[in-house]
Design a protein around this ligand. Sequence first.
Ligand SMILES: NC(=O)c1ccc[n+]([C@@H]2O[C@H](COP(=O)([O-])OP(=O)(O)OC[C@H]3O[C@@H](n4cnc5c(N)ncnc54)[C@H](OP(=O)(O)O)[C@@H]3O)[C@@H](O)[C@H]2O)c1
Length: 267
Amino acid sequence: MSSYAITGASKGIGLEFVRQLAADTSNTVLAIVRNPKATDISEVASKYSNVHVIKGDVTDPKSILDAASSTSAITGGKLDVLIHNSNAVDSAAIALSPSQFPFDAEAVPKMFEPSIATAIYGGLWATNAFLPLIEKGNQKKIVHISTAMALPDFINKTGVSYAVAYSVAKAGMNVQVAKYAAELAPKGIKVLALSPGWVDTWEGEKTPEVVQADEFMLKQFQVGYPDLKGKILPDESVRKCLQVIGNLDERSSGLLLSHNGDQERWT
Ligand SMILES: NC(=O)c1ccc[n+]([C@@H]2O[C@H](COP(=O)([O-])OP(=O)(O)OC[C@H]3O[C@@H](n4cnc5c(N)ncnc54)[C@H](OP(=O)(O)O)[C@@H]3O)[C@@H](O)[C@H]2O)c1
């Protein structure tokens, strides 16, 4: 019998975490979303009685504290695993390489803001809000969903120069995770940054531009990882991520691991 809270559970990988965890009826699953009335999460909650949908925005301290408090009322003050999965980007800036950023003291912080707010501030506030519950849980695990795009080795191998704010924010997330692991080790709490692989979370039909962007990225990724065939589906990513979370212990606490459970097979 385990309890899991997942932030950013409205769609994509977060929603798939909820689906797979809910399928084990002995689990209690807290789906933290900005809009509890959103269609997909409402459908999952209506199918599984062990799913509780809770309103929570990780970039708003009061909102995420309220979410932790609602969780506590459901679980009796404890939580086994927190998965901080939320992410946002400034889509207008995602294609820029570093030298293309303007000399504009207002524009540039706005380009970084959504990524930094969800990965760094959101990572801090979500973790700190749920920490008292994790301390009382049995598994004592905190997982931040990160990416290999934040790794200098991955960037050097593939030559991917865009997605600057996203990658910088996730690199900060990885450091923050290591800091948490160092702080919380004496309490037996394990903290992990986990890369889910390259996952197809696009909703609905893909436009020709999206298909083209996928093909462009695939070619670039294949420069560093020639065996890569394409994106994996959320089902496979989350199944593998859950295995890695299951194996998380004091030795792997503080690391960034791939969905394959190592620091090599990122795709
Ligand atoms: N897909 C990939 O290939 C891939 C690769 C590497 C890493 N990742 C990481 O995996 C995670 C999930 O990716 P995804 O592709 O499933 O992303 P996604 O489809 O864009 O979903 C992002 C989720 O974050 C939520 N969110 C955004 N801002 C939030 C906030 N302020 N507070 C709470 N929730 C917020 C969104 O909720 P709303 O519905 O309210 O907007 C949504 O549920 C992310 O951390 C991403 O960086 C993904």
